[in-house]
Design a protein around this ligand. Structure first.
Ligand code: FAD
Length: 341
């Protein structure tokens, strides 16, 4: 654990693969910028890899004031021990007050290791981050300007705010897609700081023979129009109408966990707490109840149309346009109307 450092920077671990920074790093930089401005401190991005110089400027454009770049060919592939060493060494040296990671497979592996080594706290899978104050009721002790780490808890039934006032740095992983992507500013100025961390064979216990990247069948996050079907669609064959409506609108299909579990469509299409978080211009929810875990992934959509035969379905609480009826009658009419336009 490093000592509490109120002047410490707000850091983002900038995950990259083959020299391409992952979107989650940019999303985090957008929020880090807001947090740092409230605290009156700088934003730092930490990037490690074997060929990263070309992307450091990009991190500045998205909000970093300083980029701590650790270039070393031993860091070509992510490995838990080597990357943990890099992060811990830099945290000890520069003493940031906040360190943010994406809740990606890499972030989910790395952040707990760093937290454990630093004897710091970690809140996993946050959906929001704010700066706020806290008073300990028992003692009346007041803490100002803490990181409020907000995430669903108890199976998504409550939204918990977690704070950490004495274990520094404050650390969180953040779900992909929950924070808006900031606009890059090509004129932003920042500093790139070359860092070096010595690595030994012990830090690289795994020999990586080949790395194969599996592309998802669909990029839901990038889609402006999403047509999601739920268990109410009834069968894989009937799910064809979700595809047809999505295609007619130039959008993509999606599903609830129940529909994906029933095999109506692949898991890559699942929206929600344990699926993808989306915020499209239009989200059409068909034959899905609107469970809180599903809403966690779509309620930020700009316009929501819901089709359900249950007038009390929870999806109607967040829908802007509500169609109460049998999807087998409504959806073919929607497809026809779109095609005729
Ligand atoms: P149902 O709840 O069964 O709803 C079907 C709906 O279809 C009903 O509202 C019904 O009225 C309607 N319907 C039926 N027939 C018709 C018809 N002919 N015409 C019109 N409407 C009709 N869920 C997710 O979606 N994403 C997640 O990421 C996710 N993560 C989870 C994580 C945890 C830890 C847990 C505990 C659960 C998670 N779930 C998730 C599951 C979630 O709780 C719900 O079970 C799921 O979202 C329900 O899916 P559904 O709405 O398709 O099915």
């Amino acid at each position: 654990m490093i000592e509490v450092n109120r002047q410490g920077e707000v850091w983002v671990f900038a995950e990259q693969h083959l020299g391409k920074v992952e979107d989650i790093a940019f999303e985090l930089l957008g929020r880090a910028r807001e947090l740092a401005d409230k605290l009156g401190v700088k934003v730092g991005a930490v990037i490690a890899g074997d060929s990263i110089k070309s992307v450091c400027e990009e991190l500045i454009q998205y909000g970093a004031d300083k980029v701590y770049a650790v270039e070393n060919n031993l860091l070509e592939h992510y490995q838990t021990n080597s990357y943990t060493k890099v992060l811990c060494t830099l945290i000890e040296k520069h003493k940031p007050q906040i360190v943010l990671y994406g809740a990606s497979p890499v972030g989910r592996d790395l952040a707990p290791r760093v937290a454990s080594k630093m004897k710091a706290g970690l809140t996993a899978d946050c959906t929001d981050l704010q700066i706020g104050n806290h008073e300990i009721k028992k003692t009346g002790e007041k803490h100002e300007n803490l990181l409020l780490q907000i995430r669903p808890a108890f199976g998504g039934n409550i939204i918990a705010t977690i704070i950490n006032y004495d274990r520094w740095p404050q650390m969180a992983t953040v779900r992909e897609g929950v924070m808006p992507m900031p606009e890059p500013d090509a004129k932003r100025k920042g500093e790139v700081i070359d860092e070096s961390v010595s690595l030994s064979a012990q830090d690289l216990p795994i020999e990586i023979i080949e790395q194969v990247r599996r592309e998802k069948s669909v990029n839901l996050k990038a889609s402006r129009i999403i047509v999601a079907g739920g268990a109410g669609v009834g069968s894989k064959e009937n799910f064809r109408m979700i595809w047809d409506l999505a295609n007619a609108l130039g959008g993509v299909p999606a599903a609830t966990r129940a529909a994906a579990d029933l095999g109506y469509i692949g898991k890559d299409y699942q929206v929600g707490q344990t699926g993808t978080t989306v915020r499209p211009s239009l989200y059409i929810a068909i034959g899905l109840s609107g469970a809180i875990q599903h809403q966690a992934g779509m309620s930020e959509s700009k316009k929501i149309i819901a089709v359900n035969n249950d007038p009390d379905a929870a999806i109607f609480d967040v829908a802007h346009y509500k169609v109460c009826g049998d999807l087998n009658e409504v959806v073919p009419q929607m497809i026809k109307a779109v095609k005729e336009k």
